[in-house]
Design a protein around this ligand. Structure first.
Ligand SMILES: [Zn+2]
Length: 82
């Protein structure tokens, strides 16, 4: 087992592996860019660990929300589904 350092963003509730892989609550793992495009650019709170532009890198259109796909975050449950 590799001892990858795992950072957990206290704001977004998403874990980021040492290699930059972001593990969302649901769905496939993504990148810092994807996390930023979907979550962090909206939160922009001091405690967020994914606000470093150098680490985030280039955000592409596919990093945004795709049709029929959504991610669920612990503190984002104020949206009515269905
Ligand atoms: Zn964050």
């Amino acid at each position: 087992m590799a001892s990858n350092e795992l950072q957990i963003c206290p704001v977004c509730g998403v874990s980021i592996a040492a290699n930059g892989q972001v593990n969302f609550s649901t769905g496939n793992p993504g990148t810092r860019a994807r996390l930023y495009a979907r979550v962090c650019q909206y939160t922009q709170q001091p405690g967020c660990i994914n606000q470093d532009a150098e680490l985030v890198g280039n955000i592409t259109r596919t990093d945004g929300f795709e049709r029929g796909e959504d991610i669920k975050l612990p503190q984002a449950a104020n949206r009515t589904i269905g």
